[in-house]
Design a protein around this ligand. Structure first.
Ligand SMILES: Cc1cc2nc3c(=O)[nH]c(=O)nc-3n(C[C@H](O)[C@H](O)[C@H](O)COP(=O)(O)OP(=O)(O)OC[C@H]3O[C@@H](n4cnc5c(N)ncnc54)[C@H](O)[C@@H]3O)c2cc1C
Length: 386
């Protein structure tokens, strides 16, 4: 069966897909826009997933708009629960599959991939049977929330940005949380030692038990074994060890793929009629899996497709870490940048500047009261993409 679309076809109803649709419609009231998504297409704010539990929010509370409402607001067609299985670049068509196994085809003039990223799987002895959860979308959140009985002991693997946020949220929500990470301090890739140690102390004070410099090497039912032999009993386990851009669809179509789907400054893939943005895309400064870059990408791409070629430009983009136990803002230096951290402050109110060999600040991290300086400091950091 064939379903005609053509015009601009977007794959993905996350913040990247919907923001791009809104920005394009704002600039072009006539263009035909079709958005296809494997999920239910509800508009929601993904960052809330790691800050909603303590507030008692259900999956339904997080939905900002149902797919049908977004479709009518933006005058677009939204096809929910349709998986894009294949891109036929020669014919500019897509093969779609519904959950009941039936398929259809749809055409496009311009295709925009906003397919996001998958949680990195944690694989050790016994992990397949350990019932490990990940929370990366609304459906995951619903399952996770349902599985968490009051007071359940939670094992959290990964003390990066998302892991720390979940740890803070879950202890505030009344759970006994054990956090395990091989790094010597939480947010090991984003914070220098002084601020990381302050974060560890703040999470511990909030009630989490931290096992740093440690990894889970095996699971038996209800029990995790660490590499130093420590045994941790748990009721539920959540992993947050990073995200992997979804590249399989693009790679199968022969598009250039590295860590993400490779795009140029116009968000164009190696096929000039296919674009990518959000967590799935790899810009010349690498994948940028945060909200601020995808908002800038959506605006630039919408302007380009509406007729004004607009290369992506990105200022320094600080990210707020949602850990009320220790308010923190990070603006990491570019990957591979040379330099060193210069730390000042007292107690939990700390400021760290990452300074290059010529004294130029290239990034920063702020904790406690010093987070108030983020906006001003961001103006002193060179743009990510000038
Ligand atoms: C728990 C959590 C907290 C976060 N907190 C913050 C924060 O505080 N600040 C910040 O800046 N960033 C944060 N982030 C990152 C930020 O949320 C993401 O960068 C952003 O939401 C990614 O949006 P996206 O649209 O690119 O991808 P997604 O939201 O993952 O959307 C991908 C879409 O593609 C669809 N899809 C995928 N494959 C197919 C297919 N083959 N066919 C059809 N549809 C398909 C999916 O169904 C989905 O609709 C957080 C992330 C998580 C997981």
């Amino acid at each position: 069966m064939t379903s005609t679309a053509d015009g601009v076809v977007i794959v993905g109803s996350g913040l990247a897909g919907y923001t791009f649709a809104r920005e394009l419609r704002r600039r072009d009231s006539a263009v035909q826009i079709t958005l296809i998504t494997a999920d239910g297409g509800e508009a929601y704010s993904k960052p809330m997933l790691s800050a909603a539990f303590a507030q008692g929010k259900t999956h339904a509370d997080l939905v900002q708009k149902a797919a049908a409402l977004v479709a009518s607001d933006l005058s677009i067609r939204v096809m929910t629960r349709h998986q894009v299985e294949m891109i036929h670049r020669d014919r500019r068509r897509l093969t779609l599959r519904r959950p009941d196994g039936t398929g259809t085809e749809i055409g496009y003039e311009q295709l925009v991939l906003a397919v996001g990223a998958d949680p990195r799987p944690y694989r050790v002895e016994g992990s397949a049977a350990a019932g490990l959860f990940t929370v990366n979308d609304l459906d995951d959140y619903a399952l996770w929330r349902e599985a968490l009985t009051p007071g359940a002991r939670v094992l959290l693997i990964g003390a990066g940005l998302i892991g720390c946020e979940f740890a803070n949220d879950l202890v505030t929500g009344g759970h006994a949380v054990t956090l395990v990470d091989p790094a010597p301090w939480p947010l090991g890739r984003l914070l220098p030692a002084e601020l990381g140690i302050a974060m560890a102390a703040a999470l511990a004070k909030a009630g989490a038990v931290l096992h740093l410099n440690r990894s889970v090497t095996a699971f038996t039912p209800g029990l995790a074994v660490l590499d130093d032999g420590t045994q941790i009993p748990f009721d539920r386990a959540l992993t947050a060890i990073g995200l992997v851009p979804r590249t399989a669809l693009a790679a199968a179509a022969g598009l250039a793929v590295m860590r993400g789907i490779v795009v140029d400054r116009l968000l164009r893939t190696s096929d000039p009629s296919i674009y990518a943005l959000g967590d799935c895309a790899e810009t010349e400064v690498g994948p940028l899996p945060y909200i601020a870059p995808l908002l800038a990408e959506a605006k630039a791409l919408a302007a380009t497709l509406a007729g004004t070629e607009t290369p992506l430009a990105l200022p320094a983009l600080p990210v707020v870490v949602k850990t009320p136990a220790l308010p923190t803002t990070v603006c990491p230096p570019p990957p591979g940048a040379e330099g060193h951290w210069r730390v000042e402050g007292e107690g939990c109110d700390l400021k760290a500047l990452f300074v290059g060999p010529d004294g130029q600040p290239l990034g920063f991290a702020l904790c406690g009261k010093r987070t108030a300086e983020a906006r001003t400091l961001a103006t002193e950091i060179p743009p990510l993409l000038a």
